[in-house]
Design a protein around this ligand. Sequence first.
Ligand code: XMP
Length: 317
Amino acid sequence: NFTPNAFVEEMVGELKEKLGNDKVVLGLSGGVDSTVAAVLLHQAIGKNLYCIFVNNGLLRKNEFQNVLDQYKGMGLNVKGVDAGDRFLGELAGISDPETKRKTIGRVFIEVFDDESHLIEDVKWLAQGTIYPDVIESVSVKGPSATIKSHHNVGGLPDYMKLKIVEPLRMLFKDEVRRVGATLGIDPELLGRHPFPGPGLSIRILGDITPEKVQILQDVDAVFIDGLKSWGLYDKVWQAGAILLPVNSVGVMGDERTYEKVVALRAVESTDGMTADWVHLPYDFLMKVSNDIINKVKGVNRVVYDISSKPPATIEWE
Ligand code: XMP
């Protein structure tokens, strides 16, 4: 019987005592965990919390600016760092999924490290690690740890020499959401679907170019906005679009086209370890498919992924 009010009161007290007048740096991702961690820390230490929100160029459409504005509206001391070109530059020509992840992880740490050095005398690194992250990174033999290298936990260079504070490390996701609600965080933000750290890079099969990122952002936006306007977003655990590395033949007017194929994926899950594909209404799929093909130049075919996990994973890479 977890009570979010009691947790907040206790944790804010604990953080005050532990951190005193020290400065703390935290990387915001736009997701639930880092946001709740930030607001909790902000209650405890106010302006001594320095948040950094990095645009890796692989976020959803307009997400960097929208989320940054939202954070500022919440009173957080947040610096937005637009490093999209740097990430996309380093990713150019890379097709292997694990190399994509490692590259993004490395560049993120470089950018974050540069930024945190600008904060004078910072002592702590705060992270939005939650209990399932702790379990997953401890059990190195666990399937997702060996199959895909998630970079949320650990992996920070020693030379950062910061002490780690993780106020959510004993909580499950639903508890984090309840704590967030107690803290007054916008329910829409708390209800956001999970989104992988490497972002759209692992939903662009094959190599990544700025043009492909833009196509996928546009497709994804039509899909996600559609889910929201049809009242389906909250019924789905995670959804997104995947840009496939093949062209297919189509027809437009009298012209033959030879353009990109996108796959849509929507799953139900409780923890991401297993998942079922969602039986989205045919009318919805028809509308979204038409909208994508009409609105997004360069795409002439939409397919829907009807695979469950296992044996398929949620992401295609
Ligand atoms: P899979 O594809 O392994 O995904 O079924 C399970 C959940 O994890 C997310 N995911 C990641 N998250 N870094 C992340 O932060 C990653 O490299 C990564 N790979 C997968 C995925 O979006 C799903 O929620």
